[in-house]
Write a protein that binds this ligand. Structure first.
Ligand code: SAM
Length: 284
């Protein structure tokens, strides 16, 4: 008997995925976690009924969350990832050999343990890289209490439901601002603007109160249904998001010119070219 799981993020729009083989399906300490095989998306993880990653298209989201801020900044030595327990963003950040340390603050240890077991190619050894430090904690607590300073803070969170809700608050962003080194960049997973417009608008309006430059960029991950996904962008230097592809390409070459399947210098520059329906959400 075929079994299908529904994505329940939106009130009036649902997507179903057939579970060809279920590898895990249970409550963790914080959320409902299911891992299954699907004919079209490969191996899939859902948390609280929302697709988090698939082995078919993870490269889009993870490349774009890591390489856009790191190549925009140009001198990242210390990175902080909030959430990101699947290890995909961590894997991509570690490809930047000049990065000295990456702290991953994930609230749910089970996500790391189960992704290590069922998605070994997503983390690809990143959890065990000598530059990696894993902290099991609520990201809000970590940034409120840390006295470290980070060149980038990447909030690879779930959507604002369950444990992820606190990662969309002004208090959290204020603490992120304090935990950023001078010239640092904050990037946030900020949903599908076509379906979650108010979420992006709210985050960027908080950024505008806290930083000199508050914007967003887009990338389309097929399994984040409903259109391009937005990444919230906050820094004090508006020039960082305006680098020409040539400058980004030089930095990429200096970093070893590693192969990517979605990100490129031209894609980075273009990701900030927002269509009017998104621009009106992020411009004051
Ligand atoms: N790429 C996915 C997306 O765009 O929705 C996110 C993937 S990652 C699995 C999301 C992670 O955020 C989960 O592992 C979840 O446990 C973690 N998370 C949620 N709330 C958190 C919090 N308050 N502090 C730290 N991690 C949190």
């Amino acid at each position: 008997m075929e079994r299908w799981v529904e994505e329940t993020l939106h009130s009036g729009f649902r997507v179903r995925l057939r579970t060809d083989r279920v590898l895990f399906d249970s409550e963790t300490e914080h959320q409902r976690l299911i891992i299954f095989e699907n004919e079209d998306f490969g191996r899939v993880m859902m948390l609280d009924g929302i697709v988090q990653l698939t082995t078919r298209d993870d490269f889009v989201y993870h490349e774009m969350m890591a390489h856009v801020p790191l190549f925009a900044h140009g001198r990242v030595r210390k990175a902080l990832i909030i959430g990101g327990g699947d290890g995909g963003v961590l894997r991509e950040v570690l490809r930047h050999k000049k990065v000295k340390s990456v702290t991953l603050c994930e609230i749910d240890r089970s996500v790391i343990d189960l992704c290590r077991e069922h998605f070994p190619d997503i983390s690809a050894g990143a959890y065990d890289d000598p530059r990696t430090r894993i902290v099991i904690a609520d990201g809000t607590k970590f940034v409120a209490e840390t006295d470290e300073r980070f060149d980038v803070i990447l909030v690879d969170s779930t959507d604002p439901i369950g444990p992820g809700a606190v990662l969309f608050t002004k208090e959290f962003y204020t603490d992120c601002r304090r935990a950023l080194a001078d010239g640092g960049v904050l990037v946030t997973q900020n949903g599908i603007p076509f379906l979650q417009a108010s979420e992006l608008k709210q985050s960027v309006s908080y950024f505008r109160d806290l930083f000199d430059d508050a914007y967003a960029y887009l990338a389309t991950t097929p399994s984040y249904f409903g259109g391009p996904m937005s990444y919230g962008w906050a820094t004090d230097n508006a020039k960082l998001r305006q680098h020409k592809p040539r400058k980004i390409a030089k930095r990429h070459a200096k970093a070893g010119g590693f192969a990517t399947r979605y990100w490129s210098p031209a894609v980075q520059a273009g990701a900030f070219a927002l269509p009017a329906y998104v621009r009106e959400l992020v411009e004051a």
